[in-house]
Design a protein around this ligand. Sequence first.
Ligand SMILES: O=C[C@H](O)COP(=O)(O)O
Length: 230
Amino acid sequence: MSNEAATPAHIASYIDHTLLKPEASEADILKVCAEAVEYKFKSVCVNPLWVKTVAKALKGSGVLTCSVVGFPMGATPSDVKAFEARGAVLDGADEIDMVINMAAARAADKGALVDDIRTVAETVHAGEAILKVIIETSMLDDEQKVIACEAAVEAGADFVKTSTGFNGGGATAEDVALMRKTVGPELGVKASGGVRSLADAQAMIAAGATRIGASSGIAIVKGEQGSSAY
Ligand SMILES: O=C[C@H](O)COP(=O)(O)O
């Protein structure tokens, strides 16, 4: 990792400032938007309910609007995920983080995974947004992680992402390295779930992450220890 990546200011440009608590209020959402502008984070990541609010609050700031689809279980039909994604993009989302069909992932059913991801990717790209694919590493063995990443590449995703942060363990540097090795140098890799400190973030970047999803973004850039938001 270069020295440049170690600076908190540089780390901020990697961070999707995340608030996905189901009970988050409008005041909570507007607070994280203000924080993201202040700290120059990459995006604000919220549930679809709040996309319109976030897009309005961030307009002209340079901070992107990110939302989630099929979240956090992934266990909805692909066309329903695509409908949810279309709504979020129409509301102003620049980036969509989808959860894959975890049954297909556990069965290492690459064809089903490609279909699931491609259905959403086509809708997201039609709206000129980008797609990140959450493979939920905590639920998969290494072979299943590789197949899920290969499916994401084949389906035209823009990123692979480690975790929802809601289903057991989160990001590890080992998983990020495996994902980076699988997808090659061009695709984005997002480490998310349990990234609580500057050291955590630096380790993920050193392993190949190009984005960090965290509810502890302020602690990370301040060099403090964050705590779980959920
Ligand atoms: O990126 C999405 C995750 O929910 C963030 O997880 P975290 O709250 O453990 O940072």
